[in-house]
Ligand binder design. Sequence first.
Ligand code: SF4
Ligand code: SF4
Length: 310
Amino acid sequence: MNTSGAPVVGRILNIQHFCVDDGPGIRTTVFLKGCPLRCVWCHNPESHVASDEIMYRADRCVGCGACASACPNGAHTFDVEGKHLFDRLLCTKCGKCTKACLVEALETVGESKTVDEVLSDVLSDRVFYETSNGGVTISGGEPTAQPAFTESFLTACKQEGLHTCVETCGWCKPENILALAPLVDLFLLDWKLTDDTLHKQYTGVSNTLIVENLARLCEIGARVILRCPLIPDINLTEDHLDGIAALANRFSSIEQIDLEPYHPMGIGKTNALGKVAAYTNDTFLESDRAEEAKAFIEKKVSIPVTVSGK
Ligand code: SF4
Ligand code: SF4
């Protein structure tokens, strides 16, 4: 409940079950919608804005016309050759077309849910947490961008005795992340680019606040795993890999480094949102390049370095 007694509501992108890459054991990951960063390689571009969005995947469309019949605003039309045209300027995001589309070429992303609704979903997996030493992870989007929901949800998780992880970009008001710390067993904190000019260029914000918040977490003894995306032509450089190692050596609370090889899933989703991808590399990062990066960092740190998906 908030101070007026109303249930606390979060903007939710997705609740994903049986996750094994978002913290220890088997986990349920709650993805929130809304993020202050705009990383050009983002594989979840549908999490950027908090409001509802309509995704249209042209490759799934069978041209049945059900969406055109359902839309009160004439946003879906077909040209003389039968090509489906979607005029987003006419769309009020009412969701009628997404319900009418039987092949899921249209989808509404984003919903509002109360803490109790999300908790009830999460608790349905409790047996798996208990048998695997898993728990719940709140991710994004950016959990600290919805401080009231995230704090209330984690409080409820702790009351249920669940292990909690927060995956965060670290770019938030210090009080937001510090308020969460007592409720979080493990932070999964992203470190994307060491060079601040490049950080601003490729994510939209400076990394100074992120380092400051990392220092604050370390001061209070929070446990942290550093999560580092490996993006060809952007941060897969010796300078940045050195920077990852230097950060890990500077802060004793960092207990592990997870390297996350680039995958191009975000490009199709960006197109489906009617947006233009800023980074259009459509190939997965080769596993030997990720292993080389891992070996490079391992020589400079005394904590485990992993490659996600392995
Ligand atoms: S969401 Fe509503 S307004 Fe938008 S295209 Fe679909 S039916 Fe039309
Ligand atoms: S309802 Fe779905 S499959 Fe049918 S025309 Fe519209 S988008 Fe295509």
